[in-house]
Unconditional design. Sequence first.
Length: 98
Amino acid sequence: MEYIKRVESVFEVIAEPNRRAILSLLVSSQQSVGEIERQLRMTQPAVSKHLRVLRQAGFVESTVDAQRRLYRLKPDPFQEVDAWLAPFRRFWSAHPLT
């Protein structure tokens, strides 16, 4: 039951479109709040709010580089999503779209 609650929580976090956009940016490289802000045309408070949620859920971590904080992805929650999707991939493979 705890696993199901954890997976539900992970999906709740990534259900928000702005958070998915931030995660997509971080796939290619670590980014600062300012870089995310500019690329997604979001306000700094909005970016910071979404990064806080992503950090608390374990999707991202940050490091300090001089006077800015750089955010990067952490693999654990993505591995949980991948594990949950595995049986569905087998189903899709067995039932290709026609």
